[in-house]
Ligand binder design. Sequence first.
Ligand SMILES: *Cc1c(COP(=O)(O)O)cnc(C)c1O
Length: 371
Amino acid sequence: MKNMLDGIQNTLLLGAGPSGVAPATYYALSRQSIGHLDPYFIQIMDEIKRMLKGLFGTENDLTVPLPTTGSGGMEAAFVNVVEKGDKVLILQNGTFGVRMTDVAQRLGGDVKVLEFPWGTPIVPADVEAELKANKYAIVAMVFAETSTGVRNPIEEISAVIKANSDAIFLVDAVTAIGGIPVKVDEWGVDVCYAGSQKCLSCPPGIAPITFSQKAVDKILNRAAKVPNWYLDMSMIMSYWGGKKRVYHHTAPINMLYGFYQALFNIYEEGMENAFARHQAAHEALLAGMKEIGWEMLVKEGYRLPMLNALTVPEGIDEAAVRARLLNEYGIEISSGLGALNGKIVRVGLMGYNAKLESVDRLVAAMKEILA
Ligand SMILES: *Cc1c(COP(=O)(O)O)cnc(C)c1O
């Protein structure tokens, strides 16, 4: 019988995720499994929590890696703090904002969407006007919108929320974490989730999440139970915290080894150095692609270093270019989503692959393909 795994290619992952994985992280995934209540495993859990707090920029005690993907983190964030009839404001300017709206509506939230054109940032003055006009229980936004490459101006939005609302501030940091600073406490974010397979460079399967005391109080004072057993943080709290750890689910031991190592790698390099490396790779890509006539979709000042949306020049079939990149050069990049499909490509410079060698390989291949 043929083993399918023998056919896996050594692809350079420069798409919207998953990103490349460091050899040390692959090795960590293959280590000996131990029990999920083994005291040594609990020490590893505590170290993961400590490192996560640093990356989230928070002192929140309830900061844990959930056994799910980024979307599961989104689900966990909303299902815990949204109660039936809660007024929820979603600041939406891309695919993941649309997903937030869907999640909040399914939970019975009274959802209002403030929509901004895809490829442009959320406008803080519009948020301010909305918060002055209406009272909300929850305000939610995506910090790094992976579908468009926009870095939403969270500093200004945070200031507007602090001045005009006592809502729970819920933020998606899936693509941001590990690539640009995330400052949960400074920005007054109450619920923030991320994913393992973007700039943290771990395979997909872990969604770190953090809750402020204000969010925890809302969870503990809900009128009805969280309508999802598996993601109910009031139960997960007692497995990940406190003196006596109580069984909730079997933690994915080896996945958490990998996740531990991925965080360890970032701490060894230094968070600031990792951010600078993402920025340097982004600038090199910009320069290289400009030479062949490809421009950025997003205006300067709002561009994400780890997710580069490039406008496809007139007359070029981007799907054919991507296919050749993958088949002939072993490089994966991503298409545009929704209305941007066919109009942009998305180049991810995330985590382990956010380096000049990756950029050089991609730009050289693009030059050959387009020649
Ligand atoms: C990738 C991503 C998600 C979803 O994560 P999955 O791991 O694909 O479930 C959510 N939000 C943003 C901003 C993302 O980039």
